[in-house]
Design a protein around this ligand. Sequence first.
Ligand code: ADP
Ligand code: MG
Length: 677
Amino acid sequence: MPENQDNSVDTENTQSDVEFTEPAAAEAADTTAEKAAHANGDDETGLRFVDLGIDARVLAALQDVGYEKPSPIQAATIPLLLEGRDVVGLAQTGTGKTAAFAVPALSRLAELHDLNGPSRKTQALVLAPTRELALQVAEAFTSYAKHIDDFTVLPVYGGSAYGPQLAGLRRGAQVVVGTPGRVIDHIAKGSLDLSELQYLVLDEADEMLRMGFADDVEQIFQQTPEGRQVALFSATMPSQIRRLSKQYLNNPAEVQVKSKTTTGANTRQRYLQVMGPHKLDALTRILEVEEFDGVIAFVRTKMATEDLADKLRSRGFQAAAINGDIPQQQRERTVDALKEGRIDILVATDVAARGLDVERISHVINYDIPHDTESYVHRIGRTGRAGRSGDAVLFMTPREKYLLRSIEKATRQPVEQMHLPTAETVNTLRLGKFAEKITETLESEDVSAFRDLIASYEEEHNVPAAEIAAALAVMAQGGQPLLVKELPAAPEFQKRERSKDGFGSRGPTRTLTEGNATYRIAVGRRQRVMPGSIVGAIANEGGISSAQIGGIDIRSDHSLVELPADLSPDQLKALSRTRIGGELIHLELDNGRKPSGDRGSYQGTRSGDRGDRGGYSGGSGNFKGNGGFKREFRKNDGERSSADRGGRSFSDRNERGVGTDTRKPRTEGGFKPRNKW
Ligand code: ADP
Ligand code: MG
C-alpha cells in the first residue's frame, strides 16, 4: 500500500462493500483486512475465520455456534483489533458486529490468560444502550468464551437488583457488559474496578448517545486506564460520535461496511392486517392501485411459490416462481426475465431470493410472514436499490402485530399501517382503465366493420347502442366481473376479555366472519373447558392458526367455535379425534339447533350438515398458500396468555426466532447461532 494514498484503502474497487479510512494515514492496512476491502458481493469476503489470527479456543467456539465465514465487518475489524488498534466500526444492524468486537477481545484475553495466569479482574468492559442488548452481548461473549477456562462474563444493567450484580462482581468477571448508567453506579460504589481494563467497547454507540448517555459514556472513558484499547461500533456516525472518537480513541482505524441487505431510508415500510384467505385478493388490489415496477412476493414454502405464481398469472399478472427446487439455470433465466421486464412479479422463498439484485424491484411483499426480523431485513433489502425508492409491505394477522416492534427496532424505521384499497378505489380505477381502453381502441383501431354490424343490430333488434356496447363489454371481460366486492376487514386485535359470565366475549351472537362457520364441540362448562384449551387443542391438532379461530361460546355441555368453513378432510379427521380434558370433542358443523344436552344425538345429523354447508370438502385451498400457519404451532401454545404475549414463535425454529423465548428479552434478530451468511 503506497503511503501517499488518500484515505480510502479501497481504490481499485469502488463498488466494494467495505471501506477503510486511515485518518492518520501512513500505516498500511493489514493484508487480510485489505483482502476484505476488496471483497465484493453481499456477504462474501472470501476469508475464513482461521485466516484472521484468532485464538484456537475462540475459533473452536465459533465452530460450535456454526459460523462458517466471517461477515464483512468481522473480516475487516477482527485483524485490526487483534493487532491492538482502536477501531471505529460502522455497519447496519444484523451485520455481525457483536462477534466483530467480542472475538478479538476474547482472543486477546485468552492469550493474556496464558501469559499471566488467570485473573479475576475486569479486563473487558462493553457498554450497550439497553438491558436487552447488554444481555444479548453477554450471551454472545459467553458462547464464544466457552473453551476458555475460568472465564466469567457478567451483564449489569439498570432496573434490576444490585445484589446479584454485586455478588457477581465480587466473585470477579473478566468481561462486564452493562448499560452506562449502571456501570457508573458500580464504579462509584467501588464494586467495579477498571484498573486492569484492557479493552473497552461501545456497542450501538449512536443509539447510546441518542438515549442520552453521552455524559455517562465520557465519564466512563475518563475512568479507564491510559493504554486500553477501544472499539466503537455504531450503525451511523453522527458528529457526536466523531467528536468522542477524536477525543478518546487512539488513532482509530475506521471501517465502514455498506451492507446491501439492510434497509435504506428510501424504503417505505408498511403492514397490512389481512387474514390468510384474503391475502390473494389483498395482493391483487395493492398491485392494482399502486404504481409498481418489479415485485417480489415472499412466501414460506416451495409449494406456495408455485401456487401463488399460478394464481397471479390467472389474474392477469406476469408472475413466476423461484424456489430451491428449481434448477439454478432456470432460476437465473427467471431472474433475467424479471430484470428485462418479461415478468413483473417473482414469487420466492427466502433462500431462493437471497442476494438477488434487481434494480427494478419497486415492491417487496411479505405475503407470508418472515421467520424472524433478520429474514425480514434481507427480504426488504431486495428493493430500494441503486438509489431508487422502494416499498415493503408486510401481510400479518392482527395477532402478529407484536412483531412490528422488533422490525422497527431492527430497521430503525417505522412500519406504517396500510389499509386495504377499498372496493370503491379499485373499482373506480378499473372503470377508468376500461374507459381508457375504449379510447385507445377508438383511436388506434379500424372499427368500421364492427360499426356497421352494430348499426344494423340496433336497427334490427331495436336495442339502443349503449345496451349493445354494454353487452360487448361483458364479452370483452371474458366472463370475469369488472368490479370487485368489499372484503371483510381483518378484525382488530383484541385482548380476549372475559364477559361477566366468564365466557369468551366473542360469542355466537356476533356475525360470522366471511368464510367461517360455527362448529360444535362436545365439551362445555360441565367438562370445565376454558377458551384457552379449546384454542390450544384445535390449533394443535387441526393445524389451524389461532388467528383463524373466531368466537368461542362455552355452553353447559358443549361449546360453539367459529372456524374456517373449508376445513380439509384431514383436519376434520384430526379434530374428531382430539380430546380436551380426556373427552373426545366430536367436532362437527353446528346445525343451529338449540342445545339439547344430549351429546349422542348430534351424530345423526352430521352427514346432513356436511351436505348443507358444503364446507367439508370445499377445498382446503386456503391453506395451501400458508404452510406457515400450520407449523407455527407447537405444543403448549394453547394457552391464550402466551399467544397474547407473543410467546408463540415468530418462526417455527426456536434457534432462529425473535421472541421465541419469553424468558429472555431479545432485540434485533436475536442471538442466532446457526445463521449462515
Ligand atoms: P449486529 O450487532 O451487527 O446487529 P449481531 O452481532 O447481533 O449483529 O449478529 C446478527 C446475527 O448474525 C446474530 O444472530 C449472530 O449470531 C449472527 N452471526 C454473527 N456473525 C456470524 C457469522 N460469521 N456467521 C453466521 N452468523 C453470524
Ligand atoms: Mg449489535
